[in-house]
Design a binder for this molecule. Structure first.
Ligand code: DON
Length: 581
């Protein structure tokens, strides 16, 4: 089945010094990569190239690569390796990623799937208790069973072969230097370490990130990671094979097997067999723009295309960012696309996902017609599309972690890359090689059967769990690159990306202000409004919405190509910056 289906100027640096990060609330224990405060909107401009990402050291590494003549893809690799070190809660070589790449000269958009894969031995009851009930969230996440075969190194290698300019090993230098010389623990990393009970209990992470008394190492403390430097040197010198075979692979297997909780079943063969996959992009229209992203196993690209198509008939420009109707409409679009996601989306190599039917213009028109400006849809159900599988609704929890970065190089090539180890600090297992392993397999549905039908996103060996990651590239009516963006946020990602696009396209906001603008999320019967949107809460409730006000650490990093050059924005809810030249 699997093979059969696989066919298809100055630098402008905005700093966060003295920002709201100085006063960081303690994260909730149940919210693994929690909201830790926000700063003012952060922007940057450039004429030649630009990097926007979640940490200043990573952005600087990307900028150095671009300044040295590297491509957007080269810079993306350098950025992600540094993020692994300085933002270890979010992404790294122990995890996976999706890359959306625009090649300006060839006018070609390509998307790469480096999603983690379940070990061959994984069975559908992996996250069920002995009496067949779904495990508790942290019960499933912590330990070896949640660890998928990491995809990041392979997908970086595949994309580098196609789009790299500088030698592979050169891209590892910034992260190796920082790992050897040390970096200052950021306030956000400190807050997240302090709030995580599980990481503090498992070696070697405990000794690495906490002091002898179990306190998180303080912000500003210089942390060196020589083990990670040695791992990177190996991969830099010998290529991705050094990760998927040999000592690093053996270390991963051993870490997973000997986990103090939920020892896992990943084998050396699982690692050796892992392949990154190029997949067809998914694209849709919004106003005069073409919006493209990642298809399944991500639900994100389809979710954004569907949500925008549902919003299209409404005059959001006239309604504006203060109108409750704007938020009602975005919530309804979210609810409808979320309903389709829960039913239809999974690994297309295991399940015949009806991707084309879900973004077909007539289907989208019918979905849009369900939404009214003055009424709430009583129930947001999945639509009916021709399908070769008896699909059924089932959901899986996705927890806040993950990182997104956007890059444009001097040739006009662009990378939108979202990279993840799933929840904050992933499985909490750190290898001897100095990196943390993902818990991506808990992105599968825990239940394997619902209403007597097999769940599309249930666990199976050699299958990839559904994702919500939404790296996105937008083109103007002349087919020219105009926007590069994405965000972490688990199932909230689609809502974060949609509101950012609406803010840029309909409300003429800069990328920084669009990233900073408040979000509304519609999922199932619930609507979540970001703090600050309280003025529209009562209006939404009058329409029948059940509304909760909440904060969330989105991490939107966006670049827009304008007639005056590149303009970028970094999400004030994280520690990122923009550097442009
Ligand atoms: O692939 C996914 O959709 C999730 N594992 C991503 C998790 C995430 O974005 C958490 N974000 N803050």
């Amino acid at each position: 089945m699997k093979t059969l289906l696989r066919t298809v100027s100055a630098f402008v640096i905005l700093t966060m010094a003295g920002s709201a990060f100085a006063q960081i609330p303690k994260p909730e224990a149940s919210d693994p990569e929690a909201f830790t405060g926000r700063s003012e909107p952060k922007s940057g401009t450039g004429k030649e190239w630009m990097v926007a990402a979640a940490n200043p050291l990573a952005v600087q590494a990307g900028a150095d690569i671009l300044a040295a003549g590297g491509s957007a893809l080269d810079a993306a690799i350098a950025v992600n390796l540094v993020l692994n070190l300085v933002e270890p809660q979010s992404s790294g070589i122990g995890g996976g990623a999706f890359i959306v790449h625009w090649d300006a000269k060839a006018s070609s958009l390509r998307t790469y799937d480096g999603r983690e894969e379940a070990p061959k031995a994984a069975a559908e009851n992996r996250f069920l208790t002995k009496d067949g009930k779904p495990m508790g969230r942290m019960q499933a996440i912590v330990g070896g069973k949640s660890v998928g075969v990491p995809g990041l190194v392979r997908v970086m290698e595949l994309a580098h072969k196609n789009h790299g300019k500088l030698p592979w090993a050169r891209l590892f230098q910034p992260a190796i230097a920082l790992a050897e010389n040390g970096f200052a623990i950021s306030p956000r990393l400190n807050a997240l370490l302090a709030g995580d009970r599980n990481l503090a209990m498992i070696e070697p992470a405990r000794s690495f990130y906490y002091d002898a008394g179990g306190q998180a190492k303080a912000a500003g403390v210089i942390l060196k990671n020589p083990a990670f430097a040695a791992t990177l040197r190996e991969i830099a010198a010998k290529g991705a094979d050094a990760f998927y075979t040999g000592a690093i692979a053996a270390d991963i297997v051993q870490t997973v097997e000997s986990a103090p909780q939920n020892p896992g079943d990943m084998t050396l063969d699982d690692l050796k067999a892992y392949k990154a996959v190029e997949r067809p992009p998914v694209c849709g229209g919004y106003r005069t723009y073409k919006v493209c992203g990642m298809g399944p196993p991500s639900s994100g690209g389809i979710g954004v295309i569907q949500s925008l198509a549902i919003l299209e008939p409404h005059n959001l420009r006239a309604l504006g960012p203060k109108s409750p109707v704007s938020y009602h409409l975005m919530a309804e679009a979210g609810r409808l696309s979320f309903a389709d996601r829960a039913v239809y989306m999974a690994d297309p190599d295991s399940v015949p996902v009806p991707t084309e039917a879900l973004i077909a213009p007539d289907y989208l028109k019918a979905r849009a017609a369900l939404v009214k400006e003055d009424q709430r849809l009583p129930v947001a159900e999945a639509g009916k599309v021709p399908a070769k599988h008896a699909f059924v609704t089932a959901d899986s929890p996705e927890l806040p972690s993950t990182t997104h970065f956007s890059i444009v190089d001097r040739d006009g090539n662009a990378v939108a890359m979202t990279s993840t180890i799933e929840s904050g600090f992933g499985s909490r297992l750190m290898t001897k090689g100095g990196f943390i392993l993902n818990n991506q397999l808990t992105d599968f549905s825990y239940e394997d059967v619902a209403e007597k039908r097999t769940v599309a996103n249930r666990v199976a060996g050699e299958k990839r769990p559904r994702s919500s990651m939404t790296p996105t590239i937008v083109f103007n009516k002349d087919g020219k690159l105009e926007m590069v963006l994405g965000s972490p946020g688990g199932p909230a990602i689609v809502g974060f990306v949609v509101k950012t696009l609406v803010a840029m396209i309909d409300w003429d906001m800069s990328p920084a202000n669009a990233a900073a603008s408040p979000f509304v999320l519609g999922m199932g019967n619930n609507v979540i409004l970001e703090e600050g949107l309280e003025p529209v809460k009562t209006d939404l409730e009058k329409l029948g919405h059940t509304v909760r006000v909440n904060n969330s650490a989105s991490g939107i990093h966006a670049i827009r190509v304008t007639k005056d050059g590149l303009v970028g924005g970094a999400d004030p809810r994280r520690e990122g910056v923009v550097i442009g030249k």
